[in-house]
Ligand binder design. Sequence first.
Ligand SMILES: NC(=O)c1ccc[n+]([C@@H]2O[C@H](COP(=O)([O-])OP(=O)(O)OC[C@H]3O[C@@H](n4cnc5c(N)ncnc54)[C@H](OP(=O)(O)O)[C@@H]3O)[C@@H](O)[C@H]2O)c1
Length: 330
Amino acid sequence: MSDDVMYASVVPCSRRDAPLRHEPVPRPVPGPDEVLVRVAAASLDRVDTYIRHGTHGMAATEPQILGRDMAGVVSAVGAGVREFRVGDEVIALGRQTHAQYALAPGLHTMPKPPQWSFAEAAALPTAGRTAYDAVVNIARVRPGERVLVVAAGGAVGSFALQFGAHLRAEVYATAGTEDKCATARAHGAHAAVNHYSPDMVEQVLAASGGAKMDVIVDPVGGALYESLLRLLARNGRIVTCGVTAGARASLHLGRLMTQGWHIHGIGRPDRHEVAAHLRGCLDLMLAAGAKPIVDRVFPLSEAPDAHRYLEESSFFGRVVLTPEPARPPR
Ligand SMILES: NC(=O)c1ccc[n+]([C@@H]2O[C@H](COP(=O)([O-])OP(=O)(O)OC[C@H]3O[C@@H](n4cnc5c(N)ncnc54)[C@H](OP(=O)(O)O)[C@@H]3O)[C@@H](O)[C@H]2O)c1
């Protein structure tokens, strides 16, 4: 293969759910403010499945390479990038990262902590920065507060759980299986309950001695939202940072008025805010002595299996692709 060609996992646009193709494509060239990274690991994101299926208002209108998060080694830098050199090990929030090489803005590139594997580092950007923004900037979680992290086994939830525990909040978690609930407890949740259980609300209240939650971090939305509001304390804050289960929910305005709830959406940060979130979440993980939770690593050529695995939803944390043979996270 020549130097200007690489392999990538490409989603075709011919029809919804068409199979991914592992094929040679042109290797990208960095613009003035970009770095080209030889990808060692790239995480698979829920959004990648939305694009493939054409749901949540997303669809591939032309063949495209998926992926935003990556970790790897800088292979070339644009003329305007001063912070990084060829050979640096980095974490980056880029584009089209399910490939052997990918681009990222220098602004969204950070040194990889040496104690993290490439897979762990690739797990951080999108989910870590979103959870950081929700927990730290928007909810402003304080020590001793009761924080409910919904879908703690998901990528965003797994970071929110770790951030809440590090900030010395009393963290409650929900997840879809008993195994995931046990993993959430092992990562610092005071209690964890199954969010598909019909008495989920009662189970959380039993675990908290009847006390409601000061903060709820919700990446799920949909039908679950009304149950979450039953758990929200007076003057409590709820942050919607995803709508995995649906974008519509019902809100009793009288209860909103009398309870004094603060209802937040995560919003669409600009690129400088994204850069601040990335640095903030990395610093917080390092201060906590924590690492991103990698569930499983698949070779890039097995991306279709990785997508199936993500959609089966038995994972906890992040599913990661690597152009090299799969290795367990160290
Ligand atoms: N706004 C932003 O910047 C931003 C950034 C990142 C993510 N997001 C959004 O946030 C959401 C979560 O992202 P993610 O990366 O954490 O996804 P993920 O890793 O795929 O996790 C999704 C989680 O949702 C849970 N889930 C799915 N359906 C559910 C339901 N009906 N009821 C309760 N739980 C359900 C799953 O848990 P179980 O299978 O165990 O139930 C799984 O743990 C996505 O919608 C994503 O698009 C937004």
